[in-house]
Design a protein around this ligand. Structure first.
Ligand code: CTP
Length: 422
């Protein structure tokens, strides 16, 4: 089955300092019977907050778990539950609702509903709407682990995948029935992330991207250490944008309290040496390396085993510092390096220092932060330094800026993966 291409360029709108990532997108969100229906209240709220319009359609079974009144209040639109609903002027809700949609999302998708999709059965509004669609279909399964493992279910899931349906999840863990295993619905935040990713052009499909993010922490003793004000937001935003662009992303993160972006493999480290070791182990598999971390340049040569005590009349503690490895420069100097991108935090002349730093690190692209107040903020302003000179980019929300930067990197990095766009 072929669908008309709906992967639109990532138009993003701003609102109250946040970004409306799904502005202009219209989704049909179909609920089928399952306890995970409660998660769809939150998913709907996230979609609406991101600027999407959401048309809720519910099966009869879904209405046993959450009421159409709740879903109407959250989506701000009347809910459809019946094939015989006379509200559509031509009395064909299955055609009209599906024609308006950029995507149909079935969440939660029950065992029975997946079987219906696999076999092309349509005996209610939602299943009829699915078979009458001319847009992509995303399915978010939710069921008991035995139902999920049943060979019939596995056959049906394989069949719908082969038919071009995207299946999101399921998760593993404790289930409403008290059992533990595969089958629970992915969390609403994860479903939201996957829907956002669905709308992004896959300009990095097949590329393997290694990213460092956050600060490092260099211990002085068991309780104290040296770190910096990096929040990790820019690096995590780049990881999210690269994953949304179809890349296989490995994120090496210093100590930050940020959630892992959807679809990103994360490795947590503390010190610069640990970050170096993690990066060197992952580099042979990487096509692109983006060093965003604010790596501590020095560490003490001897970390005290016990907490350093202050005692009256004693001299202040003195530390000997040794240099940490320069991770970016080390990777850039490898005989067959990935495409390397550095970041620069400067307090002096950015233009001069940026050009010099790019040469010193031996990287094709360096991104300079304009101003010193970027740490912890939600927006940023940068300038690109490459072989053709400098390109300033306008101040933007870090997530939006990350998309622009991933597009700039995708333009420059040699392609090793599959086709550019799906
Ligand atoms: N970097 C790194 N390893 C280090 C230091 C920096 O990988 N030990 C990377 C950073 O992730 C960033 C780039 O190098 O991409 C520049 O970092 P920055 O702190 O701006 O520069 P430094 O190399 O530390 O030089 P200086 O502090 O003298 O400006």
């Amino acid at each position: 089955m072929t669908f008309k291409t709906r992967l639109l360029p990532g138009a993003v709108f701003f609102c109250d300092g946040g970004i409306l990532e799904l502005a202009g997108k219209h989704l049909v969100l179909g609920l089928t019977g399952g306890i995970a229906c409660y998660k769809i209240a939150e998913l709907t709220r996230l979609l609406i907050k991101a600027g999407a319009t959401v048309q809720i359609v519910m099966t009869e079974a879904a209405t046993q778990f959450i009421t159409p009144v709740t879903m109407q209040a959250l989506s701000g639109r009347p809910v459809y539950t019946s094939q015989w609903d006379a509200r559509m002027p031509n009395n064909m809700p299955h055609i009209d609702l599906s024609r308006e949609a950029d995507v149909i999302v079935i969440a939660p998708a029950s065992t029975d509903f997946i079987a219906k999709i696999a076999h092309g059965r349509c005996d209610d509004l939602l299943s009829t709407l699915v078979i009458a669609r001319d847009c992509p279909l995303l399915v978010v399964p939710a069921m008991n682990r035995q139902m999920w493992q049943n060979p019939a279910t596995q056959r049906n899931v394989a069949q719908i995948r082969a038919d071009g349906v995207e299946v999101l999840g399921p998760d593993s863990g404790s289930q409403a029935c008290g059992e533990v295993g595969d089958g629970r619905m992915i969390e609403p935040e994860a479903a939201f992330e996957a829907i956002c990713a669905f709308f992004q052009p896959k300009i990095m499909r097949g590329q393997r991207v290694l990213i460092t993010a956050g600060p490092t922490f260099e211990p002085l003793d068991p309780v104290r250490g040296i770190t910096n004000r990096s929040s990790g937001k820019m690096g995590f935003a780049l990881a999210r944008a690269a994953a949304q662009a179809g890349a296989d992303v490995h994120l090496v993160a210093g100590p930050v309290s940020l959630p892992t972006p959807w679809g990103v493999y994360r490795e947590d480290v503390q010190t610069a040496q640990q970050m170096h070791d993690a990066v060197m182990a992952a580099t042979p598999d990487a096509d692109v390396f983006i060093a965003v971390a604010a790596v501590a340049d020095w560490r003490v040569d001897h970390v005290s085993e016990h907490k350093i005590k202050k005692a009256a009349g004693q001299p202040l503690p003195a530390f000997n510092f040794v240099e940490n490895p320069d991770i970016l420069a080390t990777v850039a100097k490898l005989s067959n390096p990935p495409y390397c991108v550095g970041f620069a935090a400067e307090s002096g002349d950015l233009q001069l220092n940026g050009m010099e730093k790019r040469k010193r690190k031996g990287v094709p692209l360096l991104i300079g932060n304009i101003g010193q107040l970027t740490f912890g903020r939600d927006d940023n302003e940068v300038v690109l330094f490459d072989e053709s000179g400098t390109t300033p980019l306008p101040r933007a929300d870090k997530q939006e800026l990350a998309r622009t930067l991933i597009a700039e990197i995708a333009k420059r990095a040699p392609r090793t993966g599959g086709p550019l766009l799906s």
